[in-house]
Design a protein around this ligand. Sequence first.
Ligand code: PA5
Length: 405
Amino acid sequence: MINKLYFESKDKEIEKRAFKAIKREQDTIGYYSLPSQNIDYIEDYCNSIDDNIEAIAVIGIGGSSLGAKAVYEFIKPVEELSRKLYFFESTDPINIKNLLDKIDLDKTHFLVISKSGTTVETFSIYKYILSLQPDNKNYTFITDPNSSLEKYAKEIEAKVLHLPDSVGGRFSVLSVVGLVPLALCGIDIDGLIKGAKSVQNSFFQKGYLEDILLKKASFYAKNHARYNINCIFAYSESLKYFCEWYVQLWGESLGKRQRHSAFNVGLTPIGLIGPKDQHSFLQLIMEGTRNKSVTFIQIKDFQNDIEIPDISLPHLESLDTLNNLSFSKLINMQCNSLIEALDAQKDIPLDNIILEKVDSQTIGKLIYYYELLTSLVGELIDVDTYNQPGVEVAKVILKEKLKEK
Ligand code: PA5
């Protein structure tokens, strides 16, 4: 993973402060230790699932689904997987019915994932599916130890797996929450963990990423009033759901009232996919208000590359320059041209992450990189990165409305 910054950031004092704070956080925040966990028990669990199970369905929302979805959708186009993975995340009835049409209830294992064990979306969908598939053998519950959900699961003698201590929903993809659904589909979870571990080592053990992440975080924090929108511009369709995961991680972690003031602050995440969004959102970046930073993500080696044939079209000879060009070269040329064009503007902060290829290690690296970056920026803009009080408010109102219905 290479990350080139196109902006200057030279505040050593701020960088030191952030590094110290993040080192301290390791004692209390659970996600930092996930790359060092022993994952043998996940293999044992996977072996306990019947061979006749053809599909896995996650029933969960937010941090309980987006991470696994990001990894699955990244790997699925390039690897033959042993099972399909579906995500029941929405109370949209059309979506629920549509997903149910795709699966055979007797050949699907459902993973009901909820840290709190009380999420309305998750339990409305679970109740509906339970009415169609009442066999408790077809369900595993993933939740915090001692939650009401755990008690329920034990009562119906279903399988239960626990989240490790102090791992928040949106930081849980490398825990049982993401690893179990992915492993059940045959995704290389060792690779995922290995990738995360390499980024962790690089950051905490004076590697290449220490400097990069500290510079980037301190730039975002110092300029958060001016550049308060942070776009990811990913040049691969398979990163679409990674962008969704990023939007949740960044938005829910960094949009807060500050810990030591009365100010509300936040950085707004935007996920864009190239080249499609060159024909849409790009205009706003290029000529709109100077309030956006852009991180380009490129894939160096797409594997299975295909080439544009040597065909000349009458009246369209100017497009012959495309002939014999591989699509992977073309998409990266498009990205590089855009970086050059934006860099020439001089007042749009840019950086470029180049991923080696499409595999588990690569996405593990990218996930952990963004988790660290989020923690650093959260520390520097003085918010509690790991809570989400703003999300709770609407949940309370909904619960009252449900009582009155
Ligand atoms: O990051 C978070 O904490 C949230 O997005 C949660 O993951 C989401 O609200 C789902 O909560 P739960 O896993 O408790 O059902």
